[in-house]
Design a protein around this ligand. Structure first.
Ligand code: KG4
Ligand code: ZN
Length: 373
């Protein structure tokens, strides 16, 4: 048997990819149908969240996550086939998240994916999780290259120029906590529950966003990088100073936190717009794509909408279930690579650290969950 059987299609224009994702705390499988000319259809999209398993710990526990992925992956794959009303024979390629992420989870997706591909005599495609996020808007909104991407989740906080498939230029990353992590830690400090983002957003609804002057670090730094760990320290100090905190205090802290986050993002997005326009001065309507769980936040969404309108950028936000972690984005990213002739790779080993822009500097301490970049 050849090591990596090519896709057996004459024109490469119509094929189905089954993808597995388990890089963090979701076990997911999806089948995507590449229909040619950059168009695709999601035939199934199964996501099993481990939120409850980790809730008591206020964050993702790697060992618990890995074991839960092992237990769930078979059933999740079966469910993806069932939902698509397909059997393994109809699948043309297998893909799996190969990184970045938690090593235990990456091993589950990669080894399951390779085993399936070997048994079915299909090619195996390891996919960069961040690339999945980066390319989703092409599946959902047909966005053309190049575009600007803001990726804000519990594990990543990056701004990238997506020049084309496989060509990503990182403009900004966090040097410490991810933005979702800052929400989660703030919620934990205020005993609001996990994951923290929706709790902070809800509490902030009745709050005064100008009561606490939380820091907006590195606004004038020569790079666009972010530092978000100081926010949680400022939140803790504010809460300690006025302890015991009332419900109104909590609302004011959450609203002030969100206000600081919006200002921090505004500064980086405005500077990114400028850099993007310098790189592509002749684009009629440049687009900002927003992905990741934090994109669900209405205050942030409103601010990004205003900024985009003011700077003549279009704004694309994939539906939330495709903005957060899922396997459809992994299948789609693999499909994009297959369509331009990329070969599969059985020799791949998981990469807990796998930057999208391999030329960008490594920043020690960035991101959470072990090794996301
Ligand atoms: O993309 P995602 O589902 O998973 C990864 O981290 O990869 O993002 C989850 C993160 C969590 O940190 C969560 O607190 C945050 O997204 N989040 C929010 C909101 N909903 C989820 N942050 C702010 N506001 C929200 N409404
Ligand atoms: Zn993600």
């Amino acid at each position: 048997m050849p090591n990596n059987t090519p896709i057996n299609k004459t024109d490469g224009n119509d094929f189905k990819v089954l993808a597995l994702e388990s890089s963090c705390d979701e076990t997911a499988a999806s089948i995507v149908h590449w229909q040619g000319d950059g168009k695709g259809a999601i035939l199934s999209n199964i996501i099993l969240s481990q939120t409850e398993e980790h809730a008591a710990f206020g964050g993702v526990v790697p060992e618990i996550a890995a074991r839960a992925h092992v237990n769930a992956m078979d059933d999740v794959v079966r469910a993806a086939l069932l939902e698509a009303n397909l059997d393994f024979k109809s699948i043309d390629a297998i893909a799996a998240t190969g990184g970045p992420g938690l090593n235990g989870g990456l091993l589950v997706a990669t080894l399951t994916g390779k085993s399936l591909a070997k048994a079915l005599h299909k090619p195996f495609y390891p996919v960069n999780h961040l690339e999945g996020h980066a390319l989703t808007a092409r599946l959902t909104d047909g966005i053309a290259f190049p575009y600007l991407l803001l990726l804000v989740s519990g594990g990543h906080t990056q701004i990238l120029i997506v020049h084309g498939i496989g060509t990503y230029q990182r403009l900004a990353t966090t040097i410490d906590d991810a933005l979702g992590e800052a929400f989660d830690k703030t919620a934990k400090l205020l005993s609001l529950g996990h994951p923290g983002g929706p709790h902070v957003e809800k509490a902030a609804l009745n709050g005064d966003g100008h009561r606490f002057p939380f820091p907006r670090p590195m606004q004038h730094h020569e790079t666009l990088n972010l530092s978000l760990s100081g926010l949680k320290t400022a939140v803790r100090q504010a809460a300690e100073e006025i302890a015991p905190v009332s419900n109104q205090d909590i609302s004011d802290i959450c609203a002030s936190f969100q206000e600081a986050v919006c200002d921090i993002l505004q500064n980086r997005i405005e500077r990114s717009f400028k850099l993007f326009n310098e790189e592509y001065p002749n684009l009629e309507k440049p687009v900002l794509v927003v992905a990741g769980g934090v994109a669900a936040n209405k205050k942030i969404a409103e601010r990004l909408e205003k900024l985009s309108i003011d700077s003549n950028f279009g704004l694309s936000k994939p539906p939330l279930n495709l903005c957060t972690d899922n396997a459809a984005m992994i299948a789609w990213a693999a499909a994009e690579h297959i369509a331009v002739g990329k070969q599969g790779d059985f020799s791949f080993i998981p990469r807990p650290r796998w930057p999208l822009d391999e030329t960008a500097d490594t920043l020690v301490g960035r991101g959470k969950r072990g090794a996301k970049v």
